[in-house]
Structures are given as C-alpha cells and as structure tokens.
Design a protein around this ligand. Sequence first.
Ligand SMILES: NC(=O)c1ccc[n+]([C@@H]2O[C@H](COP(=O)([O-])OP(=O)(O)OC[C@H]3O[C@@H](n4cnc5c(N)ncnc54)[C@H](O)[C@@H]3O)[C@@H](O)[C@H]2O)c1
Length: 341
Amino acid sequence: MIKKIVVTGGSGFIGTNFIERISNKNFQIINIDKLSKQSSPEQFKYKQKNYKFYKLNLVKKKQLKKKLFQIKPDIIINFAAESHVDRSIDDPDNFMINNFTASVNLFTIFKDLKKIKQNSKFIHVSTDEVFGSHMKKSFKENSLYNPSSPYSSSKASTDLAALSFNKTYKTNIVIVNLCNCYGPFQHFEKFIPTCIFSLLKNKSLPLYGKGKNIREWTYVDDACDAIIKLVKYKTKKNRFNIGSGIRYKNKTIAKKIFLILKKKKLTKLNSSNFFKYVKDRPGHDFRYALNSSLFNKSFNFKNLVSLSYGLESTINWYLKNKLWVNAKKTKFTGKRLGLND
Ligand SMILES: NC(=O)c1ccc[n+]([C@@H]2O[C@H](COP(=O)([O-])OP(=O)(O)OC[C@H]3O[C@@H](n4cnc5c(N)ncnc54)[C@H](O)[C@@H]3O)[C@@H](O)[C@H]2O)c1
C-alpha cells in the first residue's frame, strides 16, 4: 500500500528539496505549511498527482488535529520552524511561541494518532545549534544542550519536549540534529545566498566579526537523503546527529564563492574588496561541529557532495531560476537584522 507522508514546513528551503527528492518514491506526499516569507510559493513547487498542499498554521491545534486525523499519516516529518538566527534576536517571543507550540502540537496529535496507527513514525528536524559552540570538540547526541540564540533555544526546548514525549508516551519521535545546509531554494537572508547575491550585485559581502566563525556544511540533497534513510528503515534509536564533517571558516566559504563567480565573470569585485567586516551578531557562536558517526554507521551513510561541487551547483541554480529569485525578491529588503541596538 502507498504510504502517506506528511511534511510540515514543506514549503521552506529543506522541505521543498526534501519533497522533490522523495517524489519519485512510492509515497502520497502531503505538505502542511503556513507560507511565510521564507517559503517557496506553490507555483514553484513539485506538482504531481502524489502531492497535496494545505496552507495551515501548526499553532492552530484544532484545525491541525482535524486535518491529521483525516489524513492518518504513516510518517510525519517536521521541518516547520522560524529559522533565521538574526530574525530571532529581533523577535524572540515570536520564535519561541511559534517553534515550540507548532512542534508540541504535532507531538500531542501524533501521540493520539499512534493509538489508531501504531506503526506510524515521526521525524523531528532540529539543528546542531542546540549544542552551542566549542573550539575543538565535536558534539555527540548525548552532549549537553547549550543554546545561544532565541532560535537555538526554541529548537532546544522543542527537542526536550520530544524526549519527554518519548519517555512518557512511548512515542518514539526521532530527533535529527542537522548541521548547516545550503543549496537550491534557500532564502536570501541566509549566509551562502547572501554571499552569492551581494557579489552578483557587485557589493562587498558582509562578514560578521572577522569571518573566523566555523560552520559545518552539508549540501541539502545529502541532508535529504540522510532523512530518507530514516523514512525507509526502522530504528530503535531516537537521536541522530547528521553532519558532513565539512567545516570551514565563513571567510573561506565566502572566498570560494567569490572565486567561482569571478571565474564566471559575474562579479566586478576583486580579491581586495569582495568582502567587508561588519558588526558581529550578539551571542554569535564561534564553532559548530557534529560527531555523526552513529548515524553514518547505523545507516551506512556517506555524504556524496563536495563543497566545491555543491557551491557551484547552488550558484548555477540561482542563476537559472530567475523567476523564483524575482518572486522572492519582492518581499526581501536585505536590511541588517539582529543587532540588538
Ligand atoms: N537550513 C539549515 O541550515 C538548517 C540546519 C539545521 C536544522 N534546520 C532546521 O530544519 C528545518 C527547516 O529549515 P529551513 O532552512 O528549511 O527553514 P525555512 O525557514 O526555509 O522553512 C521553514 C518553513 O516552515 C514553515 N513554518 C514555520 N512555522 C510554521 C507554522 N507554525 N505552521 C506551518 N508552517 C510553519 C515556514 O512557513 C517555512 O516554509 C527547521 O526546523 C530548521 O530549524 C535547518
């Protein structure tokens, strides 16, 4: 029988890629999203008979419960969240309320759904940011949570709620802590698209602090393929780090993007003016790093996309998809957020 998979936040960056990636598999895909500025409009989404979209805010529990009980999904994958750290610094209460309430509503409804569909699965997508920063260490699944921003604390508290549901209600929600993703459909306000679009406009790209902060990067297809493993296979474990081990300073990533665009003759800037240092983000974590060996060993998983190939593909995608870029640009001012001034 064809399985029903509900993807919440399926109009956002990772959700959109995930739906495209899983579309050729034998699933009925139901996307539930409130559609925010971060979302891809439906006109650009994958459209096939096995895809349905419902515009719904997950915070509205009654409507959500009605919809999920109608659907009776086999699998729920929760990508829904407000996800931009700078925005969370300007608007902490909205991030906390939205991210916590949306996910806990889903967990509560899932607990009740499990009574009528015992084998149903729930995958909750979280972030490496919950562990905070460490100069040398890479975090394991059981490392202490030490979030720094309203965004990461909203995700951390949601993960804790999932853990408590697993203990109290035996829900077996699988929590995935993902490293930084990049690729097609990512909103301009995130780091890699900011670098690309600044350089395309011949504007020096902004580096927070001195550009020394280190992030772990995975191409979104690799992240989606990892999550698809959890969809396809059973596991008794319910916490996994999913990273790539590809860790670079922001300045190095910026330089790699500059060199690709320079080679394509798409920026007039040169090596002395392609970046500018700007005031750092308050509470800016210095380094994120995940130990993903549990996931990689359990599912025989390997990241396939190198950083150079991934960056080049991402740039090519933005260049090719002008309609998407223009549709999203109308709602984007590019104003610096999160300074807490
Ligand atoms: N992008 C990354 O690098 C990254 C890394 C690690 C973890 N994550 C996590 O992965 C998930 C997806 O990230 P993303 O980059 O695709 O985010 P995104 O901001 O691009 O998309 C999130 C989507 O969720 C929807 N949404 C938010 N609140 C909702 C609500 N109350 N009801 C319905 N829909 C709602 C938004 O409309 C949007 O379409 C998030 O939970 C994020 O915390 C992202």
